[in-house]
Every structure is written in C-alpha cells, then in structure tokens.
Design a protein around this ligand. Structure first.
Ligand code: CUA
Length: 324
C-alpha cells in the first residue's frame, strides 16, 4: 500500500509522491555532502598536523579550479531543489477549478466540518480508541478545504496527504488535494493552541466517488438510532460535539467542570449567586455558555447554538443526568 521512500507514511494524495521525492533527494545530497566535508576535515586534520618545529606551511595559497568547483556544484544542486520546490509550491497553491469545497472551522478544541449544502455536524470514528470528527472525501477528485478559526491560531495537518496549513483567525486559509488511496488517515492540529491541543484530532476517510454522497449524508446525520437508549444517544452527542475535550464524564475537572454528579448539585457562580444545576441551566449553558459561569472557571466555552438541535439537547441532558 505504501510506496513512500521510507515506508513510514502512506502516500495517499496527489502531492505525496513528488514531495517525498524532493525530501529524499535533499536527504541523500545533504548526507553525501556531510560525509565529504566532515571526512575531508578529519583527513586534513591528520595530514596537515604540525609534526615537528621544522614543519613548514605549504607555499600554495589557493586552487582556483577547485574553489570554483566546490562553489558551482552545490549551487547547481541548490537551484535544482529550488526549481522542484517552486513547482510543488505552485501546485499546492493552485486548487483546480472543479475542486469540491469543504469548510472546516477550528476552535478550542475541535474541528467542525461542513459540506456544501449540508449544515454543520460532526460524526465520530474510532482512532486508537479515541473519538474524533470525520472528514469524508471522495477518492480521485480534487478537494479544497476552506479553513477558518474562531479563536486562536490552529494548524491543519494531514500527514498521509503531505498538506499542512496554519488556520489564522480573521481570514480564510485553504489546502487542496486529490486523495489517491482509500482508507482512514489521521488529521492533526499542529499548532499549540492551549490545554487540549493534543486531543484536537479528526479522521479523514477516503471513500469511492460513487459512495461519497451516501457517506456524507451518514456523516452529517446525528440521530437517535432505533433501539438506542436516550442516554446512549446523548453520549454520542457528547463525543461528536467534542464536549469531552473539556468535560470529563466523572466528577474530575478538566477545562470545565466534570459531568459526573453535576445534575442536582448546588454551584456558586462567578457573580456570587448560587443555583442548582437543572435541565434549564444545562440547556442555557450549552447555548449561552457565558451567561452563568461556575466560580473558579473562566468563560471560554464556545456556544453550541445552531449546532445542537432539540432532540440532541434532550439526549445530552439525559446523558449528563445519568452520570453519577
Ligand atoms: Cu488547535 Cu492545536
């Protein structure tokens, strides 16, 4: 499956092979230069060591041809690397006109994926036992990811595709690729963006083009399954919306309060008042997180208004109530 020079990573996009080739060429040329330069240094240290007081320095001062050669040959290699690098860079910067646009919004600490004509919804896929949003892309068709950040600088990185780009608040950034291999590949945030930076993951799933529409539909629908309990569905919402980035299912504090035993508890608020955690407080805190903040925490939760519908909210509250 992998034809990467080091067989470390799948070469799963159109960009991978030429970038790998450039890296391999750079590594080989730099390795050879290193051996030649450091080898010559040790040889001359030994050869020209002053062996006695009568040892005289050679009257030769320089060798024009040799000096020209050791400047010109590396310069040729540098130009070759520059030209190949420029070709790759231009290719990476120019998405084809027929590329499918998929929007990705980064915020502390989740990726929200929106497909054209389909509202925001994340779904989940297991990655090393972790749950993460799923980005579905068709094999063999160019895809452009239009990225923005709601808060700080994040950076989107899909190693198997060899694409990486900072996502800076206040402007759009993009990467494009054509996936050439079916399978699932990890997507990372690769700019330190706070406490839960390392859990800011997603999974890219490359599917056959004929399955793409159906897979996107499945990935953007978060509904209670037949025979699924409301608490189990609520747990799915909890993970799909990345609530677990900040709230543990037990009583321990992560970024925000743990959900275990939270329901029915009396909490003091930052404004000095106190209230008992009930359904309305949970609902308000999910839609308007900064309305009433529990004392000891900073108001940094994003609003989920427009992202969690009534059915999902009921399930999420049922799930939180079930946690002791
Ligand atoms: Cu987002 Cu690191």
């Amino acid at each position: 499956m992998s034809d990467s020079p080091w067989e470390l990573l799948p070469t799963a996009s159109n960009h991978a092979a030429s970038l790998d080739w450039l890296y391999l060429a750079l590594t080989i040329v730099c390795g050879i230069s290193f051996v030649l330069v450091i080898g010559a240094m040790f040889y001359f240290m030994w050869k020209y060591k002053k062996r006695s007081d009568e040892d005289r320095t050679s009257p030769l001062t320089h060798n024009g041809r040799l000096e020209f050669a050791w400047s010109a040959i590396p310069a040729v290699f540098l130009m070759l690397f520059f030209i190949q690098g420029e070709i790759d860079f231009v290719k990476l910067s120019a998405p084809p006109a027929d590329a499918i646009d998929i929007s990705i919004t980064a915020e502390k600490w989740k990726w929200t994926i929106e497909y054209p004509g389909r509202s925001a919804a994340s779904t989940t896929e297991v990655l090393d036992g972790e749950i993460a949003p799923l980005l579905v892309v068709p094999k063999g068709q160019p895809v452009r990811l239009l990225m923005s950040s709601k808060d700080v600088i994040h950076s989107l990185y899909i190693p198997a595709f060899r694409v990486k780009k900072d996502v800076v608040p206040g402007r759009y950034a993009f990467v494009w690729f054509t996936a050439i291999e079916e399978g699932t590949f990890p997507l990372f945030c690769t700019e330190y963006c706070g406490d839960e930076h390392s859990s800011m993951l997603a999974v890219v799933k490359v599917v056959p083009p004929e399955d793409y529409e159906a897979e996107v539909r499945a990935a953007t629908t978060l509904e209670q399954g037949a025979g699924e309990t409301i608490e189990a569905f609520g747990e799915k919402v909890y993970k799909a919306m990345a609530c677990n980035s900040c709230h543990n299912p037990d009583a321990s504090v992560k970024v925000g309060p743990g959900f275990g035993g939270l329901f029915g508890k009396t909490e003091s608020m930052t404004d000095g008042s106190s209230l008992t955690v009930d359904e309305n407080y949970l609902r308000e805190s999910i839609y308007q997180p900064n309305a009433k903040v529990v004392a000891g925490f900073t108001p940094q939760m994003p609003s989920f208004a427009g992202q969690i519908n009534d059915e999902q909210m009921n399930a999420l509250i049922a799930y939180i109530k079930s946690l002791k």
